[in-house]
Design a binder for this molecule. Structure first.
Ligand code: C5P
Length: 217
């Protein structure tokens, strides 16, 4: 019944981790597998949307009908997203590294006696930057939290000028990184909260897109 509800619409999704190089053989990253973002991309295409997926390095194949752009670093993801913001719905699930090594060594860093200090510098907050320049796009972010989940999620919704945030408590069983299920609460800009029981990521994806359709201008 919902198969055509996104036809004629453009949907942009970010997914996966980013990879921040230290030297030619090492990088900093996180445990994101991309499953949530890929499930959303797959569902958006099935609902008829022209779907673009900007993805960090993951083990997943591109869902059918989805245009996938591969990136590694947060800076590359930022540029790929900013190059085209002409979308009806933008959903950012990527676990973007907040920091990157300040300098990338051109040769492999050698062991020395004693400790090694790494200097890190801030990466762009892609979602925040899109929130600053968006006009009609429905902008949706994720908040993976370990405490005061709804409070932190609502603060992010406001700070990043979002239409909706999907809060998930990553300490709960069946939620978060690598899992095939998630336990989420939607918070919309008008303050409405909807809490869901544990669901498969495909069903979470459908629920997010259904809500996004209802928020379209
Ligand atoms: O502030 P925090 O990183 O927890 O916010 C999470 C949300 O912001 C997610 O939707 C994530 O994809 C997005 N984000 C981003 N760029 C960053 C950091 C987070 O787009 N540098």
């Amino acid at each position: 019944e919902e198969s055509g509800s996104l036809s004629g619409r453009r949907v942009l999704i970010t997914a996966g981790p980013t990879r921040e190089p230290l030297d030619p053989v090492r990088y900093l990253t996180n445990h994101s597998t991309g499953k949530m973002g890929y499930a959303i991309a797959s569902a958006a295409a099935a609902m008829g949307a022209e779907t673009k997926l900007v993805s960090g390095p993951v083990e997943l194949g591109a869902p059918s009908g989805v245009t996938r752009i591969d990136v590694e670093t947060a800076q590359e993801m930022f540029e790929a997203v900013m190059s085209d913001l002409n979308f009806d719905i933008i959903i950012m699930t990527a676990a973007v590294a907040d920091y990157r090594p300040k300098a990338v060594a051109s040769q492999k860093i050698k062991k020395v006696e004693g400790d090694l200090a790494l200097e890190l510098t801030r990466n762009p907050d892609i979602l925040y930057e899109v929130g600053k320049v968006k006009n009609k796009q429905i902008l949706i972010g994720f908040a993976a939290e370990t405490e005061k989940v709804l409070e932190h999620a609502e603060a992010k919704l406001r700070k990043k000028n979002l239409d909706m945030i999907v809060a998930n408590d990553v300490t709960v069983k069946g939620a978060g990184f690598g899992s095939d299920t998630n336990v989420v609460t939607f918070i919309t800009a008008d303050g409405e909260q909807t809490a869901y029981d544990q669901m498969g990521k495909a069903d979470v994806a459908k629920a997010i897109l259904k809500k996004a359709v209802s928020l379209l201008p």
